[in-house]
Design a protein around this ligand. Structure first.
Ligand code: FAD
Length: 311
């Protein structure tokens, strides 16, 4: 990827009200703090700006949306085409009764805080460090609840910019899975919380915060749960049993605190992190015969020489 190529790409893109940036570094906006640049980063002004852009951009230009990259590994060579990051134009929160409508760029935590102020409980969201868009795509969940349990409807744009209002059933949500086409971009959602006493909500949110502090490396450079729990197993137990606690490669390490979290100890590259993840998969398969599947989404061109542990 070169600066000139990125600049040429910008010149082929339709005019927008938001911001287009060539060769935009992505590492600083990811939880892992690794990875190369976006060939072009697009921060749409609002949903209409994004829809028009999707309708008019050259069809062959790949478009990838990211939230706050709390479940995402950006590979070292960066991401070709346009990376979309939703900002202020997707940050509205409206509450009516127990119904909370939020833009896809809002942090789950901020939805939980706004809901609390209105006496609406959506406490589990306070434990998930992503955006509403990321939560819809991942069917994020914690403490026995997931998005599927509170979602009424969502709004998405397809790859031609056409707006779709989706019911809960149309979302096809399952364990860390969403049935909506991968190239659709969520722009908002309506959730239904439970009317509750504000102090009780606050106490539950504080409990969630301290449970997370105790069990997860939430202050580290990490990507959340690395692998999905295979049916009938907990990924962290399989990883522990395979002797991977504290295993390191370059600047990447399996967390001592929670073995399903990989950590950038400082100097890691995305290749270190992905290579370590593949090594963990290999050791777990050797020990238990179970194939772990990545929960972390990986974007960009794979590093040359990356050995996948299993198909
Ligand atoms: C310390 C830590 C703790 C975590 N704990 C939990 C937990 O308890 N439960 C849990 O479920 N997750 C947890 N996670 C993982 C992560 O926070 C969730 O998966 C979150 O929903 C990801 O949101 P994001 O905005 O960061 O999305 P990203 O990581 O940026 O993206 C994840 C995926 O969502 C897609 N995406 C993002 N925005 C949109 C959009 N607007 N439209 C369509 N697709 C989109 C991306 O393309 C990508 O495929 C944790 C992560 C960390 C770092």
């Amino acid at each position: 990827m070169t600066a000139r190529r990125a600049q040429n790409l910008i010149e082929r893109l339709p005019p927008v009200r938001g911001r287009l940036t060539a060769e935009a570094p992505l590492a600083p906006v990811t939880w892992f703090r690794v990875g190369g640049p976006a060939e072009v980063l697009f921060r749409p002004a609002d949903a209409e700006d994004l829809a028009e852009f999707l309708a008019k951009r050259p069809a062959e230009v790949p478009v990838t949306v990211i939230g706050v990259a709390s479940n995402l590994l950006v590979r070292d060579d960066g991401v070709e085409g346009v990376v979309v990051r939703l900002g202020r134009g997707f940050a509205a929160i409206e509450i009516s009764g127990a119904r909370v409508t939020a833009g896809a760029g809002v942090l789950d935590l901020n939805v939980a805080i706004a809901a609390r102020a209105a006496g609406v409980g959506l406490e589990f969201l306070s434990g998930i460090p992503g955006t509403i868009g990321g939560a819809l795509r991942m069917n994020a969940g914690a403490y026995g609840r997931e998005i599927k349990d509170v979602l009424e409807s969502a709004v998405a744009l397809d790859n031609a910019g056409v707006r779709h209002a989706l019911s809960l059933a149309e979302m096809g949500l399952g364990y860390r899975h969403c049935g909506v086409p991968e190239d659709w971009i969520f722009v908002g959602a309506t959730l239904r919380g439970q009317a509750a006493d504000r102090d009780a909500i606050q106490r539950r949110m504080a409990e969630i915060q301290s449970e997370r502090e105790a069990s997860q490396p939430i202050r580290a450079r990490t990507g959340g749960s690395t692998f999905a729990n295979p049916p009938g197993h907990k990924a962290w137990e399989l990883i522990d049993a395979a002797g991977c606690r504290g295993l390191a490669r370059g600047g990447a390490m399996v967390s001592e605190k929670h073995t399903n979290f990989l950590i950038n100890t400082g100097p890691a590259t995305a290749a270190d992190i992905e290579g370590l993840g593949e090594e963990v998969r290999r050791r777990v398969f050797e020990k238990s015969g179970v194939r772990l599947e990545w929960e972390i989404r990986r974007i960009g061109r794979p590093a040359p020489g990356l050995k996948e542990a299993a198909p």
